[in-house]
Every structure is written in structure tokens, then in C-alpha cells.
Design a protein around this ligand. Sequence first.
Ligand SMILES: NC(=O)c1ccc[n+]([C@@H]2O[C@H](COP(=O)([O-])OP(=O)(O)OC[C@H]3O[C@@H](n4cnc5c(N)ncnc54)[C@H](OP(=O)(O)O)[C@@H]3O)[C@@H](O)[C@H]2O)c1
Length: 260
Amino acid sequence: MKDFAARYGPWAIVAGASEGLGAAFAHAIARRGVNVVLLARRAGALEDVASEVKKLGVEARTVACDLADASFVSAMKDATSDVEVGLGVYNAAYSFIAPLLERPIEDALRVVDVNVRGPLRFVHALAPAMVERGRGGVVLVSSLAGFQGNPRLAAYAASKAFNVVLGESLWAELRPRGVDVLVTCPGATRTPNYLKTTPKEAPGALDAAEVASRTRDALRSGPTFVPGAVNKLARFFLGRVLTRGGAVGVMESNTKDLHD
Ligand SMILES: NC(=O)c1ccc[n+]([C@@H]2O[C@H](COP(=O)([O-])OP(=O)(O)OC[C@H]3O[C@@H](n4cnc5c(N)ncnc54)[C@H](OP(=O)(O)O)[C@@H]3O)[C@@H](O)[C@H]2O)c1
């Protein structure tokens, strides 16, 4: 616990922390004695998470902001100007479930704003101070969907692939400078958003708390991490056994019943 806080404390920022996996990250980090700053749009939901996290004996601050808007960076910096941030988790995502051409281009561009431009801005704002101190950590939340194409989730899957490659690259750039980078690639995770979109849980589904704590504990084992044995096996078959086209076919069939 002391090691974690010394390396990644005294403060962490979790972007997309008002529910689901982001709230679970806040708890997992607080359990290691690190204070948290919580970012998301819904101020009330953020306050609820902050109250729960404070019961674990750490401080918590909230910043209500839209991660699709560049102004979140100055709001985040203002909220942390008096503290050292040693860990950043970019967890928020936007997705829609439909063939790309059936939705207005604005929907796909929103995926890019939240899932691509957001993490770029986040890392670019947070990591320089970590590099200067020679310690810290960054977690990007991708998905098993980021390893191959996925019909009806085209823009989302592509944005998650972006995070895999961004994180792998940063892992190599920042590790020699003392900053750990990890891209976590969960499969089905029981969050309000997932449970709303699926009629039936996928095999190997994990609780958000498990995904968050396993990811936290893997921070030094980058560049990528797949939580859960079933998901690791799925990743192996999709990436090493099947052809690229075969993997796309499996994802198509696995996600055919998901709906907005
Ligand atoms: N659940 C799964 O099965 C699963 C599987 C693989 C990967 N993942 C990944 O895990 C992450 C979390 O997923 P999730 O299921 O917990 O739910 P999610 O709906 O993707 O994200 C929820 C969190 O992000 C915040 N958020 C979303 N858009 C935002 C924006 N524009 N500005 C600020 N905050 C925003 C939401 O808060 P507000 O609504 O308050 O803004 C909420 O706190 C995502 O990156 C997702 O792609 C999830």
C-alpha cells in the first residue's frame, strides 16, 4: 500500500468517474491510500461517489465537465493546482450501437472527441509533471473491441484501437523516465451502461470492482492488460488463432444482440 502511494500518489485523477468502472477505479485507488479527483458531467453523481470514497479515509474532489470539450483541461488543472497528481486514469467513453452509415456523422465524431481527443489531451496535460518528478502512472481504458474490427461498433472499436496503440507507444516513451503506462482492455464488465445494452451477459463478464483492482495491480506490467482468464483466452484466439476476418466475424456474432 505504501509503495503504491509513494509511486502514484498523493493524488490521482479519474476521468469518467461518476458510475460503473470509473467509480470502481476511484475506490480501488483510494484503497491504496491515494486521494482522488473525479471528473464527469453529472455533478450529483460525482458527489455521491466522492462521499463513498472519503469513507475509505482519503480526500476526494469533483470536477463537473464534458471531456468532449477541450475546456476540461483547464478545469482539471485549476482543481489540482495545489496538489501533486501521480496517477491519471482515462476511463470515460462514448459509443453508439448501429451500422456507421445509419447514424449522423456527428455521432461518430463525438466518439472521436471523447475516446480519442480526450485521452490525448488528458495525457498531454498530466504526464509532463510526472516526467519531471521521475515517477507516476497513466491508465488508458480500452476494450477487447480494440483488437479487431467490430460491425455496429465501428467508430467505438476504432477509438479503442487508437488507445491501445497510443498507450503502447507512451509506455515505451515514458517508462525510461519513471512513468508507468498501462492500457487495460476489459471484456464484458457489469456496469450500468453494459447492463443497459445487453439482453444477456457475455461469458467471462466481471464485476467493475474486479476489473479496476486487477488493472491497478497490473500498473507496472504494461503495455497492455486483459483482465480475467476467459477474456485472456478470447484475446488469444481472436489475435493469434483466427484470421483478421475470422476475428471480425466472431465479434459480429458476439455483439449482435447489443442495443442502444
Ligand atoms: N462495461 C463494459 O462491458 C466495458 C467493456 C470494455 C471496455 N469498457 C470501457 O470501460 C470504460 C467504462 O465503461 P462503463 O461501462 O463504466 O461506462 P461508460 O458509459 O462508457 O462511462 C461511464 C463514465 O464516463 C463518464 N462520461 C461519459 N462521457 C463523458 C463525457 N463526455 N464527459 C465526462 N464524462 C463522461 C460518465 O459520466 P457522466 O455521464 O456523468 O458524464 C461515467 O462516469 C469505457 O472506456 C468503456 O469503453 C467497458
